[in-house]
Design a protein around this ligand. Sequence first.
Ligand code: AMP
Length: 478
Amino acid sequence: MAAEEAASWAQHEDEAPRTVFADLGLSELLLKGVEDVGYLHPTPIQEQAIPIVLMGRDVLGCAQTGTGKTASFVLPMMDILAGSRAKARMPRSLILEPTRELALQVAENFVKYGQHMKLTHALLIGGESMNDQRDALDKGVDVLIATPGRLLDLFERGRVMLADCKVLVIDEADRMLDMGFIPDVERIVSMLPPLRQTLFFSATMAPEIRKLADAFLQNPKEITVSAPASVATTITAGLALVQEADKRRALRRLIRAENVQNALIFCNRKRDVDILYKSLSKHGFSVGALHGDLAQSVRFATLEKFKNNELQLLVCSDVAARGIDIGGLSHVFNFDLPFHAEDYVHRIGRTGRAGREGHAYSIATADDAKLLDAIEKLTGNPIPRISVEGVEPVSEEEMTEARESKGRGRGRSRGKSEERSGRGDRGGRGQRDAAPRRDAEARPARDEAPRSRDEAPRSGRGDEAPRRGRRREEEPRR
Ligand code: AMP
């Protein structure tokens, strides 16, 4: 299946006749579950992976969030596991996820498709009561969905045994690598029976990821469905080049000018999420904030409100927003251009889903020239420039100048744009709420590093704390 087709599966929903779920070999009960959810056709990853998984083969899937990859492993797993029962503390399958949000979303998928089946699952994630998780394990579960740290915690306490796990899913392997979880994953894999089925998914296939796949998988079927650079054609994108001090004003005007039903607003730093959240609240917007330093209960409550349309806007960091699946998001705003060009594709891919129209607007300053170049190089398309009424634009000449000036790294720059705006009536460094930005830039917070580990737990040995120093106890074996 061509990458382009994979990226645009949704918008072809109404076109030529395509494969239906009944063609894939799933059981009647599961087909009923899928019908209840309202899916018409399998996505390319589902079409390719489901029959292979049902055959019992290992899968190496190169696919990102938004391609329907969750159902591509959840659905066949449910059929594989149907029919027999789990023993106490011995789950029959394991799904490893890098973040709590993703784990939660996978669990929601089990509930969603499994209405007519009697499978049980347990969610082992940091920040939640361990007692509840222990109780669930004691009853016996068919599917264990876990983040690596919490699973190891419970394993070390003798609450869970993995000897009966015959199906293993390693999801978002590239994120696991970024977050430093690979030693934990290797340890977990070494505790599973060598005779098992392994499904391994990653948005990218960097050499380190492929090495891991070689260690964990046996004769896998490789399935690639989406080029990381593809952007759905149902998304209208725009870029406003503005002065640093005008960013918040530009955002407010954009929001007001657009018919925004609900929008995610991305910032690169947790600190800026807080600042922008406060600023938008002050200006009367219906807004929430989401980043990894907020308490788990607050994050879930905010997310629920946003999903229920009680909040119109959600300001978030990349990692916190990853795994959030909100149907029908009308807009995405990049308050900051992401440090990693591929995150631009992930971010804006949250709108324009399932063939719907989406809007993605980004705000950038002259300091962002290099980040912008990287995004446009990756996607192969310049982002159409837009102007924001009442906000002075940065010219392309200033962008070129910024590109050419050497040693003017992000955050250290005091470029023309800043000098111009810094002391004017539009505010700048002297402005009350501009100060933290400077501080943040000089001293990046934990999740500001590229490929951050925004989700790190605050105490104990939770899932997300990378244990870089830990030795690999054992090579993963088959
Ligand atoms: P995922 O890539 O698993 O995060 O899925 C992205 C979104 O696509 C989720 O909202 C799913 O509910 C939705 N989805 C998954 N499979 C299908 C399908 N076959 N048809 C329509 N929507 C789907």
